[in-house]
Design a protein around this ligand. Structure first.
Ligand SMILES: Nc1nc2c(ncn2[C@@H]2O[C@H](COP(=O)(O)OP(=O)(O)OP(=O)(O)O)[C@@H](O)[C@H]2O)c(=O)[nH]1
Length: 182
């Protein structure tokens, strides 16, 4: 089967781990230093259900509640990873605002989205419960995962779930029970 190209944008409040999740997925490493992103693009070939995908990941600059949704992220994307940190209620509020703005600009309620609560390794600093995250994703009809870029927990799942959602959105539903992750 030919490789399918998929463009994915990673969005969220500042410092929630957008770059760390992207780098962990693409390069398999965690960098502990904090360097605010303007915009980074990554590319990785990954296989889900015997299909190879060339994933083009755009790691966006952190948004806040006042940011205008960047027009360039409203088109040509197959799906979105919306990230908050489980240690920050503020980042959870901001991710809701980003979602509302995203729907305003794309005007399509069925865009594939995975909501991610990152930094689960910092469980002692948890400020957003798993249940709150799950409910929010349900209200969006999106997938939900908690992850740790630092411990490489559920990181590949984020992108694989999004790729499967994109397939379903394109009408290529595959109900295979075996999901090959590479
Ligand atoms: N403990 C822990 N720290 C993390 C995790 N993910 C990211 N961090 C740290 O959080 C800080 C911000 O991470 P980044 O990946 O730069 O966050 P970002 O969302 O890309 O930030 P902006 O580019 O400013 O929007 C860094 O110091 C990371 O090392 C995680 O899963 N666990």
């Amino acid at each position: 089967m030919p490789v399918k190209e998929r463009r994915i944008a990673v969005m969220g409040y500042r410092s929630v781990g957008k770059s760390s999740l992207s780098i962990q997925f693409v390069e398999g490493q965690f960098v502990d230093s904090y360097d605010p992103t303007i915009e980074n693009t990554f590319s990785k070939v990954t296989r889900v259900n015997s299909q190879d995908y060339e994933v083009k990941l755009v790691d966006t600059a952190g948004q806040d509640e006042y940011s205008i949704f960047p027009a360039e992220y409203s088109m040509d994307f197959h799906g979105y990873v919306l990230v908050y940190s489980i240690t920050s209620q503020k980042s959870f509020e901001v991710v809701k605002i980003i979602y509302d703005k995203l729907l305003d600009v794309i005007g399509n309620a069925h865009v594939p989205i995975v909501l991610v609560g990152n930094k689960t390794d910092l469980h002692q600093e948890r400020a957003v419960s798993t249940e709150e995250g799950r409910k929010l994703a349900e209200s969006w009809k999106a997938s939900f995962l908690e992850a740790s870029a630092k411990q490489n927990e559920s990181v590949a799942d984020i992108f694989h779930q999004l790729l499967l959602q994109i397939e379903r959105n394109n009408g290529n539903a595959q109900e295979k029970s075996s999901c090959t992750i590479s």
